[in-house]
Design a binder for this molecule. Structure first.
Ligand code: ZN
Length: 199
């Protein structure tokens, strides 16, 4: 027996595909949306479509942006000789929240994982190598997570860069495993960055 209108079912199903949203939450969100003024729902739908349509990889650091170059790469106030390599844009945001890092970033969009069939060419490593050829970089800080994949990726990058004579460093461990840097407080992140060691 159908309890809801077909459209509501469809909406619930779509919402339920989002990470962290189970059947129950999807139902709650659907009811909430149905009780909103039509304009509010249109604004939400419009924002979703516009963001998805316009957001792309920054030409330089590969983070997600709606312009050719992200605000960090465009800024005149960053130390361009320093590049921090992170797994994803959320990690970048976490380091930005510390407000203490003045260098640039490079976003890999993943980590090397032989178990999952993710090789070096599946993440944005080629783009990093290209940048290092074109820009005068003094140090590359590898801030991938402390998971097995994060460490594997760090070692791989370090071996790739070392012959080029660039200083390669690794953030101090102490950053919890799992890569969810979003939930780590700024002080811990800043300490991990300050405590980095050369590889
Ligand atoms: Zn950028």
């Amino acid at each position: 027996m159908e309890h809801y209108s077909r459209q509501m079912e469809a909406l619930m199903e779509e919402l339920g595909k989002l990470p962290g949203i189970g059947r129950k939450t999807a139902g709650r969100l659907t009811y909430h949306l149905m009780n909103q003024p039509e304009e509010a729902v249109e604004a939400l739908a419009g924002a979703l479509v516009a963001a998805r349509k316009n957001v792309r990889f920054c030409r330089c650091c590969c983070t997600l942006t709606d312009q050719e170059l992200c605000p960090i790469c465009r800024s005149d106030n960053r130390d361009r000789s320093l590049i921090m390599v992170v797994e994803n844009p959320r990690d970048l945001a976490a380091y930005e929240r510390t407000g203490r890092y003045q260098g640039l970033y490079h976003v890999l969009h993943g980590v090397i994982s032989p178990a999952l069939g993710v090789g070096p060419s599946d993440i944005r490593l080629k783009e990093l190598m290209q940048r290092l050829q074109e820009e005068a970089v003094r140090e590359v800080i590898i801030a991938t997570g402390s998971t097995l994949e994060g460490e594997t990726t760090a070692m791989y990058i370090s071996q790739l860069l070392k012959p080029g004579g660039i200083l390669v460093s690794r953030i101090a461990s102490g950053v919890p495993v799992g890569g969810d840097l979003e939930y780590i407080d700024e002080i811990t992140l800043y300490r991990a960055l300050e405590g980095r060691r050369a590889l």
